[in-house]
Ligand binder design. Structure first.
Ligand code: ZN
Length: 138
């Protein structure tokens, strides 16, 4: 759990969350960091990650610059993979919570999670294919 607060008067385009890269108006409010050293962090990720996982401002800025410089398909592929990694983390957390839940509900939820995962795997496969085509084409 990371403390986050909404940026006052935040206006789109928002900065990207340091974990899942979703644009967000929320920023970390880590006590041990000076105001200028905070990074953007969405509310979902603030619940999933710990303060020790938060990149430094320098690392976050460098990774954002690198992300913006990637060629389109690689960027899309990379974003899909990041989204999937994020999703996988959420699924893992969800599965963790399911431990101890009774049979029927657990089964239905697992089927649902499996469906979502299959969709994501197809998506990343396609993105990787496009990225490869682009790479080979150059
Ligand atoms: Zn996030």
């Amino acid at each position: 759990m990371i403390r986050v607060e909404i940026e006052p008067q935040a206006e789109a385009p928002y900065e990207s969350c340091c974990f899942c890269h979703t644009p967000t108006a929320y920023w970390t409010a880590i006590v041990a960091r000076k105001p200028g050293a905070q990074v953007a962090c969405c509310q979902d990720c603030s619940k999933l990650y710990k303060v020790k996982d938060v990149p430094t401002k320098e690392d976050w800025c460098a990774s954002e610059r690198a992300r913006r410089q990637r060629v389109p398909h690689f960027r899309i592929a990379a974003e899909d993979i990041e989204a999937i990694a994020h999703r996988a983390f959420q699924l893992e957390t969800a599965l963790e919570k399911l431990r101890g839940v009774k049979g029927g509900v657990k089964m239905a939820t697992l089927v649902l999670l499996a469906d979502v995962s299959r969709g994501l795997i197809r998506k990343v496969g396609k993105a990787a294919e496009e990225a490869t085509k682009e790479f080979v084409g150059k």
